[in-house]
Design a protein around this ligand. Structure first.
Ligand code: GZL
Length: 354
C-alpha cells in the first residue's frame, strides 16, 4: 500500500512539475506574441516587482511623435487651432513637434523635411495654400511616414499621398452666408451692392467660401458683388481694404461679406471712421465665430457669423492613435458647423471656446 502511495505521489509531483513548466512556457510565448503584435511596445516587463500578473501583461505604449506644420498665427482662429492641437497632444501623451511657418509655404516645406529627418511617426500639415505640395508629400511617403492634412485642403493629383483631411466644409460655409443674405434682404427691392474681403489668395477657405457664397446667390441678379479683394485673413489688412472700398464706392455699399472675423473687425473700424454704422448702414456677414465676433453681433455691428470650428485637436490625436494601431481612417473627417445671427448671439456667446 505504502509503496503504491509513494509511486502515485511521486508521479503526481512529476506531473505537477511538468504542468508548471508547460504553463510557464505558454505565458512566456504569450508575452513574446504581445510584443510582436503591438510593435511599439518598448518595455514589456515593468521594473517594479510588486506589479501583479494582469499589470505585467498590459504593455506600456511609448509616446508617438507627431510633427505638425502650422501655417501661421494670423488670426484668433489660428491661435485657437494651435492651442487645441497642443492641449490634445498633451492629453493623449503624444510628443508634438510644432513649427509655425508664419504663412510661408517654403517654411512649411522645410518643416516637413525636418520632421522626416527626425523620423517622426506621423506628419500633419495645415497648408497655407492649396497647391505645390506633391514633391514633399512624396518625400514623406518614401520615408514611410503617413501624412494628415488639417484645416485647409491641398490640390493633389494623387490622393494616396495623404491619409485623411480633418477640417471644415468651406464651400458649405459660403453657401450658409449666401442663404442668410437672401433671407435678410427678402423684403428689399433693387440692386444689393456687396463688397467681399477674401482670405489669403490660393487658400482653400478663400476659394471655397467665395464659391459657396456665389452659388447661393446664383439666380438673384439684384445681388451684385461690386468689390472683392484679398485681405489675407488679418485685421489690419481688413481695415485697409475696406477703407479703399468705401472711398472707391463713396460709401455706396449695402453688404460686406468677410471670409473671417479678424478682417470683419478691421472693416468695422473703417466703416465707423467713414461715418457709417456697421450692421445697419452696411450689413456685415463673417465666418469663424470667435468670441469677439459674437460680442460685435450683440452690439449690432455684425449681423451674422458662420461658425468654422478650430478645435481640431481631439480629432487629430484620435486619428494619430488609430493610425499607429494599424486602423484605416475615413478620407475626410468634417467638423459639423452652423450659422449664428444678432438674434441668437446673446444666448450662445458664453458657450464660445475661442
Ligand atoms: C479656416 C482657416 C482660416 C480661418 C481664418 O479653417 O483656415 O484661416 O477662417 C484663418 O481665420 O486665418
Amino acid at each position: 500500500m505504502r509503496r503504491t502511495l509513494e509511486i502515485r505521489y511521486g508521479k503526481a509531483v512529476g506531473l505537477a512539475m511538468l504542468m508548471l513548466v508547460l504553463v510557464a512556457g505558454i505565458i512566456g510565448c504569450k508575452t513574446d506574441e504581445t510584443e510582436k503584435i503591438s510593435g511599439n511596445v518598448v518595455n514589456q516587463t515593468p521594473s517594479s516587482s510588486n506589479r501583479n500578473d494582469e499589470e505585467e501583461a498590459e504593455p506600456l505604449r511609448r509616446s508617438f511623435k507627431l510633427g505638425f506644420s502650422q501655417l501661421g498665427s494670423e488670426s484668433d482662429w489660428r491661435l485657437a487651432n494651435t492651442k487645441s492641437i497642443r492641449e490634445a497632444a498633451n492629453e493623449a501623451g503624444i510628443q508634438l513637434f510644432l513649427e509655425n511657418a508664419e504663412q510661408s509655404q517654403e517654411k512649411q516645406i522645410e518643416a516637413v523635411r525636418s520632421f522626416i529627418d527626425q523620423g517622426v511617426d506621423v506628419i500633419a500639415i495645415a497648408p497655407v495654400v492649396e497647391t505645390g505640395w506633391e514633391p514633399i508629400l512624396r518625400e514623406a511617403r518614401t520615408a514611410g511616414i503617413p501624412v494628415l492634412i488639417l484645416d485647409r485642403k491641398m490640390e493633389l493629383s494623387d490622393q494616396s499621398l495623404y491619409v485623411t483631411f480633418i477640417g471644415s466644409d468651406f464651400y458649405e460655409e459660403g453657401r450658409m452666408a449666401g442663404r442668410y443674405l437672401l433671407d435678410k434682404m427678402r423684403d428689399r427691392s433693387g440692386e444689393i451692392r456687396i463688397a467681399e474681403l477674401r482670405g489669403t489668395e490660393g487658400a482653400s477657405p478663400s476659394i471655397d467660401r467665395g464659391g459657396g457664397f456665389r452659388e447661393a446667390l446664383g439666380e438673384f441678379k439684384e445681388m451684385n458683388i461690386i468689390a472683392s479683394e484679398s485681405a489675407d485673413f488679418t485685421q489690419s489688412r481688413g481695415k485697409e481694404v475696406m477703407k479703399s472700398f468705401l472711398e472707391t464706392h463713396k460709401g455706396a455699399i449695402d453688404v460686406l461679406y468677410s471670409h473671417n472675423d479678424d478682417m470683419a473687425l478691421g472693416a468695422i473700424e473703417a466703416v465707423e471712421e467713414y461715418g457709417l454704422q456697421p450692421g445697419k448702414d452696411i450689413i456685415i456677414i463673417s465666418v469663424d465665430g470667435t468670441r469677439q465676433a459674437f460680442e460685435m453681433m450683440i452690439e449690432g455691428k455684425i449681423n451674422a457669423v458662420v461658425e468654422c470650428n478650430p478645435m481640431l485637436g481631439p480629432n487629430v490625436m484620435q486619428a494619430v492613435l488609430e493610425l499607429m494601431e494599424g486602423r484605416t481612417l475615413p478620407k475626410r473627417i468634417i467638423t459639423p458647423e452652423r450659422i449664428y445671427t444678432e438674434v441668437t448671439a446673446e444666448r450662445e456667446v458664453s458657450n464660445r471656446k475661442y
